[in-house]
Ligand binder design. Sequence first.
Ligand code: PLP
Length: 469
Amino acid sequence: MDPNTFRREGHRYIDWLADYFEHIEKHPVRSAARPGEILSLLPAGPPDDPESPDSIFGDFERIIVPGITHWQHPGWFAYFPANNSPVSVLAELLTAGLGAQCMVWQTSPAAAELEERVMQWLGKMLGLPAEFEGVIQDTASTASLCALLTARERATNFKGNLEGPGEKLVVYVSEETHSSIEKGMKIAGYGRNNLRIIPAGDDFAMLPEALEAAMEKDLAAGLIPACVVATLGTTSSMAMDPVEEIASICKRFGAWLHVDAAFAGTAAIVPEYRDFMRGVEQADSFVFNPHKWMLTNFDCSAYFVRDAALLRRTFEIQPEYLKTDADSQVKNYRDWGIQLGRRFRALKLWFVVRYYGVEGIREMVRQHVALAREFAGWLSQDSRFELMAPVNLSLVCFRYNPGNLQEEELAKFNRGILEKLNNSGKVFLTHTSLKGKYAIRLSVGQRTTGRKHVELVWKLLQEYCGHPA
Ligand SMILES: Cc1ncc(COP(=O)(O)O)c(C=O)c1O
C-alpha cells in the first residue's frame, strides 16, 4: 500500500471508528448471528489476486460488523467489561504502526523503560508496596500461570525446572476461583488432582479455617502446600477473599500467595474503596487487568511480584543470539514471563493514564459503583426480586423470585427473562450459579454506561416480570 493510499484509508478508518463510538447504540449489543452464519459468508479459500481496499472494507462492514458483539456499547452488563477508550485505540494504532517486537531492551529501549515506569505508576495508583515490581502480561490467565510456575520453582528450590515438578505440590483455591487457575494447574505440571477446592461462605469468599485445615491435612500426608490463590472480586459474584487471614496462613506453611484481582483491582485506585485490598501487601504476586475496567483496550494485564528475581529465575533463558552488552543494566522482559516476543502494550497504558488522569479513572469507577448500588436498591425495594449475593463494587447478582416457585421453575423463568433482555438488543447481561441457584448478573463497568442504561434494564425487567402462568 503506497503512502497516499495508506493516508486516505487511515482517515476513513478513523472516521468509521469515530462514527462507531458516537452511534454504537444503533447496533444490537449481542450479535444476532446464528452459529455458522458468518462462516457461510466467507469464501472457502484465499483470493489469488489482490483485492481493493474498498472491497475489503465493504466486506468488513457487511460480514464482520453484524457478527460482532459490541463490548463498547453502554448497554454492556455481561461478564466483566473489556473497555477500550478512544485514546487507547489511538495508542494501539501507533503500536501497530511502529511494529516493534519488544522481547529485549535493545529491540526497543523506549518500550522496556516505559513499561517499567508505567508499572511503577500503576503500583502507586493501587497503593501496592514499593518493592513490588510489575510486568505487562497478555491476560490474567497468563499472569496466574506465571505465579503458579514461580510458586512451583520456589517450592522445589528450582528443581522443578530441571527434573520436572514431581507429584507432591498442592495448590489451593476457593470454589469461586476463576477457571484459569485450574487450566494453569494442568499446564504447570502440578496435575489437576493436586488442586484443592476450599469451600466459600455465605458471602462466597474463601473460608480461611477450611484452607488451614486442608493445608494441615496435606502436610501431614507428606505433601507440600505450594501456593494459594486468593481472589479479590470473584467472577460470579465479586466476592472478596480475606487476603489478610489467608496471607498469615500462607506464611505459616511457606506457601506462595497469589492474588487475582482481574476486574476489581481497578477499584483500588479509588481511596475510599481500597479497603478490600487489605493483606495484599503480604502477597507474593498480584494481578489485575487494565483491559477490563481501566479503559485500556484488550489485551493488557498488570502482573506484580514481590521478588522479581524469583520470577526471572523461573523463566530465564540465555540463547547466544539474544545476549546484548546492556543486559546487566536493563530489564529484558522476555525473562519475566512465558513468551519471547512481546507487544508494546505500555504505550496505550501510558496514554490512558495521562489522558484521563488518576482522578478521571476514579470518577468513572465511582459512577459505576453508584449505579450498581442504585440498581440493587431498586431490587431490594421490590419484593418480587431477590439479591443473590452481597453487592460489592459494581456487580449485582439477582433473580426474580415471587416466593411460590421451586428452584427448577425459578431457574427456567429467570433464564427466560435473561433471554428476553438480551434479545431486546439494547442490553446484554449474563448469568451464573451461586450455591447451585441460578442468578442473573448486572455487571456495570462499560465506559459509556450511564444511569439511563441501568434504568432501561430495570424498565425491561418490570415489563418481562409479569407473574408466570
Ligand atoms: C477473577 C478473574 N480472574 C481471571 C480472569 C481471566 O482473565 P483473562 O481473560 O485476562 O485471562 C477473569 C475473567 O473474567 C476473572 O474474572
